[in-house]
Write a protein that binds this ligand. Structure first.
Ligand code: MLT
Length: 259
């Protein structure tokens, strides 16, 4: 990997694969796993080769100690693609998965066919947000993920039927993985200036009611990505792939058609 920090310890990511065709890697957000993408499968199966990994320390992938640099998480994806003999792929990144996808775009531009940023953005943390993350990382290491599971689901979605399944998912999260991701996100660099270098078809999918990512950030990315366009999803919050899967699948299909 070029320039960005490396993690010494390699891990093999758990992943699931569905269908044939152009490889598309779906990178989940924090502190979730590959299952968030399942609602898209009925719409996208048969349209591309869908690859759903769990990031290091999440879902069924092993955790390592220390902070998870976004570039190093991108390396894990690159290693997974190497293991599958896949030279180029489309990356679909949700929130933190978007930060990982942007790091991948920076480190391996020649491997990227197209990009979807779902409820994500390119900016770094503000100093306050960074401090908050580091504090939460320490708390999770000391006391586990219960408090995160209590407070986070309501911030992710306004759809009441999704709250309990999300809570159960977060309760299963590995504290070392959660702390590693929080530390990695806290230290991530601002990618805004680098968006102009990402010269592949790129769709930004934004929930109109996302309380975590202001729509203005998505509009800014649309302006800065040379081949970017924005799809705003009405009635969706931070998890449009679960809240409005048909519309998200449509937006992704349009991206696949442009590859
Ligand atoms: C996520 O959904 O991955 C997180 O909300 C991202 C973040 O905290 O910045």
């Amino acid at each position: 990997m070029k320039e960005l920090k490396k993690m010494d310890e390699k891990v093999q990511l758990y992943f699931e694969e569905y269908g044939k065709g152009t490889p598309v890697v779906f990178v989940h957000g924090f502190p979730l796993d590959h299952t968030i993408w399942y609602p898209l499968l009925p719409f996208l199966q048969g349209k591309a080769r869908l690859i759903l990994p769990d990031l290091r320390g999440h879902g069924k992938s092993p955790a390592t100690k220390g902070g998870y640099d976004m570039g190093a998480l991108a390396d894990d994806i690159k290693d997974m693609l190497d293991g599958l003999n896949i030279r180029q792929a489309v990356l679909v990144g949700h929130s933190m998965g978007g930060y990982v996808s942007l790091a991948f775009a920076r480190c391996y531009p020649e491997r990227l066919l197209g990009l979807a940023l779902v409820a994500s953005h390119a900016a770094a943390d503000t100093p306050e947000r960074r401090q908050g993350r580091l504090q939460t990382a320490g708390e999770v290491e000391r006391r586990g993920v219960k408090s995160l599971a209590r407070t986070m689901p309501e911030k992710l979605t306004a759809h009441p039927e999704l709250i309990e399944p999300l809570r159960r998912l977060i309760l299963q999260a590995n504290p070392a993985g959660v702390a590693g991701a929080l530390r990695g996100m806290a230290d991530r660099e601002d990618m805004t200036r680098r968006l102009s270098e990402i010269n592949v078809p790129a769709v930004i999918i934004a929930g109109a009611q996302d309380s975590l990512i202001p729509l203005e950030k998505s509009k800014e990315m649309e302006r800065l990505l040379p081949r970017g366009w924005l799809v705003e999803v009405p009635g969706a919050g931070h998890l449009p792939m679960m809240e409005a899967p048909e519309m998200v699948a449509e937006a992704l299909q349009r991206l696949f058609e442009k590859i």
